[in-house]
Design a protein around this ligand. Sequence first.
Ligand code: PAF
Length: 284
Amino acid sequence: MTAPIIRRKDDLQALTRAWRRAGDVIGVVPTMGALHQGHLSLVRAAKAGADRVIVTIFVNPKQFNDPKDLENYPRTEEDDARKLAPFAVDAIYVPDPDQIYPDGFVTTVSLGGVASVLEGAARPGHFDGVATVVTKLFTQTMADRAWFGEKDYQQLQVVTRLSADLDLGTEVVGCPTIREEDGLALSSRNLLLSDRARIKAPALNAAMERARGRIEAGEEVAQVLDEASLEVERAGFNAVEYLVLRAAGTLAPMDRLTGPARLLAAAQLAGVRLIDTIAVTPPD
Ligand code: PAF
């Protein structure tokens, strides 16, 4: 059965207030639509971890630092609702823009620390936009729990920090990245890849996996990362913006594998910006 599509926050809150009164645990899966198996894995986890599940679909203009990127972002509401039907979620919240940013809206939620590096540095204002909309979505849905993918590992850390810092009362749960068989991390942006670019795209994850193996085997981190970036560019990517090793959680720079870590990368392929991350584990 297709869940009701709700566009006004008052209508949503009429539901969530009743669920709260009934003692239900409310879960939310925030998305920008163009749903794929990665999103659906979050919905599956939410169904197992909450009594009521709301999926939000809102292409948030404030988190796009490039107007072309916002314009090109896929919008597939009908298809999304169809994909959600088998999960029997309790509501699909597709807020009208004025429900998130009413006339005169001037508030920005801005984090330092984990939000200021990597994506934060490469895309000025991006995490301000994410933090602002996520604060609104958490408060509008009154969610007890929210599910986010590890594919956007830095976003997961930002949102976890945000919820704790502002006492939003929403527990943030991270879920593993879902990949195509050839290793490409699922992303709504993959829809923008041409056929030729799609063939080249898995080279990013392949290079990262090789780098992970070498770093875990004790090879020098800086050299391994330089070689991995070159490998990605030789595979046909236009540019590697970053391919780095960072401490898990804090994203502090790491030049030796001294604890649990992540490889994180962003690279341009035929006009599409792809990001990926994998865990790197020090030997016992
Ligand atoms: O990951 C996304 O799709 C977006 O950044 C989010 C969390 C829905 C906020 O707009």
